[in-house]
Design a protein around this ligand. Structure first.
Ligand code: 5GP
Ligand code: ZN
Length: 142
């Protein structure tokens, strides 16, 4: 899919908007997030416009997930972070604000006030869990 005119990450890929590049290869570009949760917060984007990770060529996903831990390790060494999160938002309800597939790599520090938490929910029983798993498996196996 060609790069889009109205997509901020496509515009970065085209060089129309500057970015602070961390890494680049044939498939992906990684750069510092402009509104970081922590210093070093990086986004990795495929070099084609795709709004959803369910539709993108899996080769791009492979390229991204291969480089993501390497970038995480580099961020740890460069910033002194003690760990990192890799995460990816799909759809507005999941927190996606830029409709171009991207993975976040977020260096983590002790007491950094980043909160990725939720109160856990409960299934009624194993039968309910099995019924849900069967439903998902049926879709996956279609
Ligand atoms: P999302 O919420 O869609 O998962 O993440 C999009 C991310 O892109 C946000 O963390 C946001 O700060 C970042 N972002 C949006 N516009 C720009 C930009 O122009 N430059 C950079 N470097 N990051 C951006
Ligand atoms: Zn795009």
């Amino acid at each position: 899919m060609p790069l889009a005119d109205d997509c901020v990450f496509c515009r970065i890929l085209k060089g129309e908007i500057p970015c602070t590049k961390i890494y680049e290869d044939d498939m992906v570009l990684a750069f510092l997030d402009i509104a970081p949760f922590n210093p070093g917060h990086t986004v990795i984007v495929p070099k084609e416009h795709q709004h959803s990770s369910t539709a993108i060529d899996p080769e791009y996903l492979k390229a991204i997930i291969t480089v993501a831990p390497k970038i995480g390790a580099a961020l740890m060494r460069a910033t002194g972070a003690e760990g990192f999160n890799i995460f990816q938002n799909n759809g507005r309800v999941a927190g996606q604000t830029v409709p171009h597939v991207h993975f976040h790599v977020l260096p983590r520090f002790a007491d950094d006030d980043v909160q990725i938490t939720a109160s856990t929910k409960k299934y009624g029983d194993f039968a309910e869990m099995n019924a849900l798993a069967d439903k998902v498996k049926a879709v996956l196996n279609k």
